[in-house]
Design a protein around this ligand. Structure first.
Ligand code: ADP
Length: 487
């Protein structure tokens, strides 16, 4: 099985043919000056010739923006093409080029199944609290102004690699991934799902990048528009192409040059590096809070994979958070395609730190294969999973029940529940929170080893407490509530 991975940029196509299982690269290449010397169709003729008789089993296309439509990779057909087109206003520089590549590829390989893999899809799980900008909801909806996040393929890939290296299931890990290349973004990954990420509606938000500013007060942008001689296009150009490391140093967007210059006393280079590091550390701290702790921090991208001094600057003095950096391991870390994960933490460090060589092409190939497999008709026998939604209720220990209802009271079954052996009882208690009370909440039986009150989201605001989502029985650190019974 071989997959041709196509990345159609502004005037070039980067491609690789690889085996998704082994990761072996069979062909790779770059076709440039498209739209100048060659058309997209001609570019694929060149590509076909480069492949020298090798016909891939499938083609995976990198597509930058999948909007709110695409939560995963998609097998390309007419409706999918139209949906990608509909996302173009969100990424006017990228999506039209991605589409041109797809259309030319469909002509060149009419019989080969093709899949679109989106930079945004991994972040489809962002909860509203992290994807919403605090602007009027009606305006946000009308103009699709929200945070989408990018670099999803890379964050997802390194998260999987980290889990593999740590020998733990991804769905038990809280990870923070820092993709630091020319573009840079951070991602808080909770049990395999993107919970927050630093790039927003566009790839401009968040970390300091090679030529992008990252976070900037929208007020500063308005100030420039009103008071400078720059128009919208010029400010756009300034923020995306002349800012970041390049803007701060007024020397280069390339970290290698800046490290060199900083070592010779270039003040701008030092300032650019310091700002880059400061911003990355700020997001690390924020994401530790957002995740309520972290099991491993991942550094990837050209800078994260290659610059030991940058890794050291970003990961130093995090002992308070449980990370003990191993300076020697960091100096020696050289993640490669052959050995993609390198340890940066001391063996006794509670929080792990890893430098991981990202491989977006391999991830696109794997997702292409997975999408083709999933799109096969499902086998006839399908497992049914019953789901029930319960009203507010509580479970009590025998001791708490005696305190609420008196020593001689018995828990009396009133109605059996769908779970075998469980029942609603005749007894009810009152819940008293700091703001309000809710009377007559039913006790479920039988007794449990822990008291546990289960209420709705609305109830929590009404009562005035913060009730987190928890696995049943895991009540540590939950908000306390007063229970009132007849005794
Ligand atoms: P892109 O986002 O374009 O894929 P990369 O992931 O290739 O970018 O990252 C490019 C950045 O990585 C540049 O700033 C480059 O200077 C830096 N980089 C690459 N190799 C090294 C190295 N050995 N030491 C320091 N920085 C490096």
């Amino acid at each position: 099985m071989s997959v041709l991975v196509v990345n159609s940029g502004s005037s070039s196509i980067k491609y690789q043919v690889l085996e998704p299982d082994s990761g072996a690269v069979l062909r790779s290449g770059l076709i440039e000056r498209i739209g100048i010397d060659t058309s997209w169709d001609q570019a694929f003729e060149i590509l076909l010739k480069d492949l020298d008789g090798l016909i891939p089993d499938a083609i995976g296309h990198r597509v930058v923006h999948g909007g709110e439509t695409f939560r995963s990779a998609a097998l390309i057909d007419e409706p999918v093409l139209n949906a990608i087109k509909a996302c173009s206003p969100l990424a006017p520089l990228h999506n039209p080029k991605n589409l041109a590549g797809i259309e030319a590829a469909r002509k060149a390989f009419p019989d080969t199944p093709q899949v679109a893999v989106f930079d945004t899809a991994f972040h489809a799980t962002l909860p509203a609290a992290s994807h919403a900008y605090a602007i009027p909801t009606s305006i946000a909806r009308e103009y699709q102004v929200r945070r989408y996040g990018f670099h999803g393929t890379s964050h997802h890939y390194v998260a999987l690699k980290a889990a593999e290296y740590l020998g733990r299931p991804l769905n038990e890990l809280r990870l923070i991934s820092l993709h630091l290349g020319n573009g840079a973004s951070a991602c808080a990954i909770e049990y395999g799902h993107s919970l927050d990420t630093s790039m927003g509606m566009t790839p401009l938000e968040g970390l300091v990048m090679g030529t992008r500013s990252g976070d900037i007060d929208a007020g500063a942008v308005l100030h420039l528009l009103k008071n400078s001689n720059m128009g919208a296009d010029e400010v756009d150009q300034m923020l995306n192409k002349q800012s970041g490391l390049l803007g701060l140093s007024e020397l280069s967007s390339d970290l290698r040059e800046l490290e060199e210059a900083a070592g010779q006393g270039h003040a701008g280079a030092r300032q650019a590096i310091a700002a880059f590091v400061h911003r990355a550390r700020k997001y690390l701290g924020a994401y530790m809070a957002v995740l309520g702790g972290v099991d491993a921090i991942i550094l990837t991208g050209g800078i994260g994979e290659n610059s030991a001094p940058m890794r050291q600057r970003i990961l130093q003095r995090l002992n308070f958070a449980g990370l003990l950096l191993d300076e020697t391991a960091n100096q020696d870390a050289r993640p490669s395609h052959e050995v993609p994960v390198a340890r940066l933490h001391m063996p006794n460090s509670r929080v792990k730190a890893l430098a991981i060589k990202t491989n977006e092409e391999l991830m696109i190939a794997k997702q292409t294969l997975a999408t083709l497999t999933e799109s096969q008709p499902l086998p006839a026998a399908r497992k049914t999973i019953p789901i029930a939604v319960s009203g507010r209720h509580l479970h009590l220990t025998r001791e708490s029940f005696a305190i609420l209802f008196g020593d001689s009271a018995e828990l009396q079954a009133y109605k059996p529940l769908s779970q075998p052996g469980q029942f609603a009882s005749h007894q009810k208690v009152n819940l008293i929170g700091p703001r309000n009370r809710i009377d007559g909440v039913r006790v479920l039986g039988p007794f449990r080893s822990k008291n546990q009150v289960e209420i709705s989201r609305t109830d929590e605001f009404f009562l005035g407490i913060d009730a987190p989502i928890r696995d049943s029985g895991r009540t540590e650190g939950s908000a306390p509530i007063i229970l009132e019974g007849p005794a």
